[in-house]
Design a protein around this ligand. Structure first.
Ligand SMILES: [Zn+2]
Length: 143
């Protein structure tokens, strides 16, 4: 089934990081220190660096993942399940799909994802993800 295939794509942390970066670039990143909007991407650190003052912004900073040590893929897994299940998702099911050991951090993330879905169009970020995934597949086929 298509939905089962998709969830495995969303579980790919490497793709998730890239999709989240695309999403942030599309929304625009403003340096917290000087307000500059131009940034370099430090791939090895997964951080943006301000072109003007060199201040670094983590991928998660200023988003619902700020302060969270959970993989970025959990955000996409949660979004996907929420949309698929028509906005209802229990922490137990979320845990089953992420395979995470503890429920406590998942509770917190799930609550934030639900708020995100209420206030944003969740499809646009998922489309970013699929585009990134398709590019990867395209590149790996071309090589
Ligand atoms: Zn700056």
């Amino acid at each position: 089934m298509v939905t089962n295939d998709l969830i495995n794509v969303y579980k790919n942390e490497e793709l998730a990081l890239e999709a989240f970066r695309e999403y942030r670039l599309r929304k625009g990143i403003a340096c917290k220190k000087c307000g500059c909007k131009d940034h370099y991407w430090l791939a090895s650190k997964h951080q943006f660096q301000c072109k003007k003052c060199k201040f670094r912004t983590t991928l998660q900073s200023g988003t619902l993942l700020e302060g969270s040590k959970l993989p970025v893929s959990y955000f996409f897994i949660g979004l996907h399940l929420l949309i698929r299940n028509e906005q209802s998702l229990t922490v137990e099911e979320f845990q089953k799909h992420t395979g995470h050991k503890y429920t406590e951090p998942l509770y917190d993330l799930l609550r934030k994802i639900k708020t995100y879905v209420r206030n944003n169009d969740p499809n646009s970020i998922l489309i970013d993800f699929i585009e990134v995934a398709n590019q990867k597949i395209f590149i790996s086929k071309a090589v």
